[in-house]
Structures are given as C-alpha cells and as structure tokens.
Design a protein around this ligand. Structure first.
Ligand SMILES: *[C@@H]1O[C@H](CO)[C@@H](O)[C@H](O)[C@H]1NC(C)=O
Ligand SMILES: *[C@@H]1O[C@H](CO)[C@@H](O)[C@H](O)[C@H]1NC(C)=O
Ligand SMILES: *[C@@H]1O[C@H](CO)[C@@H](O)[C@H](O)[C@H]1NC(C)=O
Ligand SMILES: *[C@@H]1O[C@H](CO)[C@@H](O)[C@H](O)[C@H]1NC(C)=O
Length: 209
C-alpha cells in the first residue's frame, strides 16, 4: 500500500521535525486514492490525495466535516465540493503553514467566531458557493496575511461592522451574488490594501446613497 507507506513516512518525518527532507526521502504517490486499508492504519490515513508533499486534495470526497488528521506541514488544502455544513474552532488549529484553503461548493450556513484564528499564514480563502447567511463578527479574526477572500454565491444578508477588522492585507474581496440590501460601509474601512471589491448582484439600492 503505497499510500499508507507515504503517510507513515510523513508522520515519522513530522514527528522528527524532518519535514524538510521529506521531499527527498518519501516521494508521495501522485494518485493515492485507495479504498481499502488494513484496519490498524485507517486512523493514520486521510481521505485525500497528495498533489505533492505539502498540498492536499480533499475535494469531492463526500466529506461532512473537516478531516481531523490534516497534516501540519500542509501549505494548501482543497476541501471544495463536499457536504461540509459546519466548521468548528478546532478544525484548523494544527496548520501553521497553510496558505491556501478552498471550502467552495459546500453547504456552510454560517461562519462562527475564531474559525480560522490559527491560520496566521493563510493567503487565499475560498468560501464561495455555500449557503452562508450570516457571519459572526469574529469570523475572520486572526487572518492577518489574507490576500484573497471569496464569499460569492452565498445568501449573506448583511456583514457585521467589525468582521473584516484583521484583514489589512486583503487585496481582493468578492461578495458577488449575495442578498445584501444595505451597503456595509464601515465594514470595509480596515481593508486598506483592497484593489478589487465585487458587490455586484446583490439587492443594494444605491440611488439614495
Ligand atoms: C507543490 O506543487 C505546487 C504547484 O505545482 C508548487 O507550487 C509547489 O512549490 C510544490 N511544493 C513542493 C513542496 O513541491
Ligand atoms: C459520493 O456520493 C455519491 C452519491 O451517494 C456517490 O455516487 C459517489 O461515488 C460518492 N463519491 C465518493 C468519492 O465517495
Ligand atoms: C476552489 O475550488 C473550486 C472548485 O473546485 C474552483 O472552481 C475554484 O477555482 C477554487 N478556488 C480557488 C481560489 O482556487
Ligand atoms: C462572536 O463574537 C462577538 C464579539 O465578541 C460576540 O458579540 C458574539 O456574541 C459572538 N458570537 C457567538 C455566536 O459566539
């Protein structure tokens, strides 16, 4: 089982803080999808494929929650096109190098406080094409390096004034195709570096502004 070998090799590399040499010693398979594994290795194995040693493709796996075993060396995780309805504060605690997280095409209804708080290196967050109606005011707390945030094609009615407070590095924000009827002008104040803000296809009436 190449896949489980790669995973144990990876676990050992992580345990010994040898992730740097992992690329040399343990070449992950390009296609790692294996449906049956010996029971004693099941807990070590992710329902994901490796693009390469640090990038995980967990898309379209019918996942209803974020896998608990996401590897700490991961720099990119694609969880798009699953059935994830809820994120918890504990889902993304162990990913100190993550730069890319794709949660597009799931069934999220809301983003709770501090969901992404530990993702201090995250640059790209795609939450498009969910059913998000509301964002808690600390939904994006801690995302100090975030440059790209996609909230398009959701059902967001309004955004709390404080919600983008930590996003001083954001370049691109899309709220395209939501249900906002009021322009949340204060919310955008912290976004000093934004060059693209897409608010098209909402219910905004800008004639009185
Ligand atoms: C993994 O692949 C991506 C995209 O092809 C590349 O940018 C990245 O440098 C690769 N990472 C490693 C550790 O090979
Ligand atoms: C996901 O569920 C659908 C419908 O039950 C099934 O056809 C498909 O094979 C499943 N995909 C995976 C990757 O398990
Ligand atoms: C996220 O995944 C979706 C579906 O696979 C894809 O269309 C989209 O381009 C991805 N987003 C980013 C920012 O890469
Ligand atoms: C989220 O944080 C805000 C600000 O601290 C607080 O007012 C609100 O009650 C919190 N929401 C939840 C669901 O905990």
């Amino acid at each position: 089982m190449i896949y489980s070998m790669a995973v144990s090799c990876l676990s050992i590399a992580v345990a010994l803080h040898l992730s740097v040499v992992f690329g040399l010693l343990c070449v992950p398979p390009s296609e790692g999808a294996i449906t049956q594994l010996p029971p004693n290795t099941a807990s070590q194995v992710l329902p994901c494929k490796f693009w390469n040693s640090t990038m995980l493709d967990c898309s379209a796996r019918n996942l209803s929650s974020v896998p608990a075993e996401l590897l700490p060396i991961a720099t990119a995780v694609d969880l798009s096109a699953n059935d994830i309805a809820q994120l918890t504060e504990h889902d993304f605690t162990n990913l100190p190098r993550l730069r890319y997280l794709n949660l597009s095409i799931n069934v999220l209804l809301t983003i709770g406080n501090n969901t992404f708080r530990n993702l201090v290196t995250l640059q790209t967050l795609d939450l498009s094409q969910n059913n998000i109606e509301s964002l808690n005011s600390n939904a994006f707390a801690g995302l100090l390096e975030l440059e790209y945030l996609d909230l398009s094609k959701n059902s967001i009615i309004s955004v709390p004034a404080e919600v983008f407070r930590d996003l001083g590095n954001l370049r691109q924000l899309s709220l395209f195709y939501n249900s906002m009827s009021v322009l949340p002008s204060d919310a955008f104040v912290p976004l000093r570096k934004v060059h693209t803000l897409d608010l098209s296809l909402n219910l905004l009436d800008l004639t009185d502004q």
